[in-house]
Design a protein around this ligand. Structure first.
Ligand SMILES: [Cu+2]
Length: 124
């Protein structure tokens, strides 16, 4: 094949690669109750492992038995006792430390105080 054709194909492949690079869209929030423990999954905007610590730390409060934020999918899975804490409160806690989530926008002051690498692209 001639060089122009090769460049054209390489170019198309490059575009295709970028096209596939869009955010993983598993933004389906769910809530299920098993043996009295409620587990909710929802999206929290963020970047890295440090974000993970901050996000999970914000919900390590009474009533929450488990919190795990996935740096790839940006989905958090929280298990809690609804007598002690509500999903709404959990989402407020996350917003208070600067992180946008499905229900609340992250606190601006807290966001500005995040390390530079953690200053994720805000929810629209
Ligand atoms: Cu971070």
């Amino acid at each position: 094949m001639n060089i122009n054709k090769f460049i054209a194909i390489a170019f198309m492949l490059a575009i295709g690669a970028c096209g596939n690079k869009k955010e993983s869209e598993t933004t389906l929030s769910t809530t299920e109750i098993v043996n009295g423990i409620t587990t909710s999954t929802f999206k929290v905007w963020g970047n890295c492992g440090m974000c993970k610590e901050t996000i999970e730390g914000s919900v390590e409060v009474e009533g929450v038995s488990e919190a795990d934020w996935n740096t790839e999918t940006k989905m958090i899975k929280v298990s809690y006792d609804t007598i002690k804490i509500s999903l709404d409160q959990i989402q407020k806690n996350i917003a208070a430390v600067g992180y946008d989530n499905e229900k609340y926008k992250g606190d601006v002051g807290a966001y500005n105080n995040l390390p530079e690498c953690c200053q994720y692209i805000r929810r629209k």
